[in-house]
Design a protein around this ligand. Structure first.
Ligand code: ACO
Length: 332
């Protein structure tokens, strides 16, 4: 992508998180856990949870409005909408269509990407190609999740890990060469779907009294295995991106990792031989927000001045599927 005359940049970033903060101590009132366990095992201190009626499309639309304002654009300047989510508002139609309606933006194409926590980077790859081809001028990419709606609030091994929120970016091509998206890698291993999935509610096991009684509509995860594979695949994708672009980790100003567990981020830092202060970490405040995690972290890093014009940024994600993805950016 680097040699193309037309660079693809993220021209606007925006985020939205619900107001409601839930601390580990508050969760400990409902499941057998403690602030100490959650902090030391995951790095999470609190998370934001959507209020009843606060929907994934509304959160996505709020993030989108912020991204449009950041880019100095109107909704009518957008000519396609892509939404990454593992908590779609409805089984169908696509949450992207609901966001389109929220934004009052009829007729432009709108579709969803399903790649769990790697969804935003999967979406970024697709959207980059849409604008690079010249088929679309500006595309809105949204990562939005209401993880609280698929958590088993009686399962302490998963309910403490996740949070709700949304992030969005505007992706467009510019004539300035050598900036923006430099390279991306996507991967998946469909032989391990069992490690992280929701058993019922799809066409295999439609909702029934039995599936409800068996609590099969909630997220299930084999945490230990997922942990090990997340470290392995995020490390591999980061190293592959560096190697095939003739870079070393020292050339990276800021790493934006998927926020799943501080110990996964620590392990990634050790693999890349980079100090943790080169990584944006906000898992303490938001937990794992899946497809919203990368844009929430990227926007925060920019806001804090953690990178500027000409700096290289590395993004890496891992999630259900199993899926993984990495992106190398040179900020415009
Ligand atoms: N509070 C207290 N104790 C707990 C809790 C809790 N909330 N949860 C689990 N425990 C207990 C377990 O029952 C177990 O007890 P036992 O030894 O008596 O059986 C003990 O703590 C240790 O559990 P482990 O599973 O060994 O804990 P581990 O160190 O693996 O940490 C965790 C668990 C945090 C889930 C970790 O495995 C993890 O982060 N996994 C990766 C998650 C991830 O990366 N997800 C990314 C993708 S997400 C997506 O795509 C949606």
């Amino acid at each position: 992508m680097e040699d193309s005359q037309r660079s693809v940049i993220l021209s606007g970033l925006g985020t939205f998180v619900p107001h409601k903060v839930v601390t580990n101590d508050e969760l400990a009132l409902h499941v057998e856990t403690s602030d100490e366990w959650v902090r030391t095992r995951t790095g999470i201190a609190e998370r934001r949870l959507a209020e009843p009626g606060q929907e994934v499309s509304q959160m996505g639309a709020e993030a989108a409005r912020a991204a449009l304002a950041d880019a100095g654009l109107q909704a009518t300047d957008i000519d396609a909408i892509v939404c990454a989510t593992m908590t779609p508002e409805l089984p169908f139609p696509a949450t992207a269509c609901l966001i389109q309606a929220e934004l009052g933006l009829p007729r432009v194409p709108a579709f969803d990407i399903s790649a769990a926590c790697s969804g935003f980077l999967y979406g970024l790859d697709v959207v980059t190609r849409l604008v690079q081809s010249g088929a679309y001028k500006r595309v809105l990419l949204v990562g939005t999740e209401k993880m609280s709606s698929i958590l088993d609030w009686e399962d302490r091994s998963t309910c403490v890990l996740f949070g709700d929120g949304a992030g969005a970016c505007i992706v467009e091509a510019v004539d300035e060469p050598g900036v923006g998206i430099v390279d991306m890698i996507l991967g998946a291993d469909g032989s391990r779907t069992d490690l992280l999935h929701t058993p019922a509610g799809g066409s295999r096991l439609p909702a029934s009294a039995e599936t409800l009684a068996a609590r099969q509509h909630y997220l299930r995860m084999s945490g230990k295995e997922v942990f090990k594979l997340a470290v392995k695949e995020m490390g591999a994708v980061a190293n592959d991106l560096l190697e095939r672009n003739g870079l070393t980790a020292a050339d990276i100003t800021c790493v934006i990792p998927h926020q799943a567990n501080i110990r996964i981020i620590d392990a990634l830092a050790a693999r890349l031989e980079l100090p943790l202060d080169r990584f944006l970490v906000n898992i303490d405040r938001y937990g794992n927000t899946s497809a919203a995690s990368i844009p929430l972290a990227l926007e925060e890093a920019r806001r804090l001045g953690r990178f500027g014009s000409g700096d290289r940024i590395l993004l890496a994600a891992f999630g259900a599927g199993l899926t993984w993805a990495g992106a190398l950016l040179k900020w415009q």
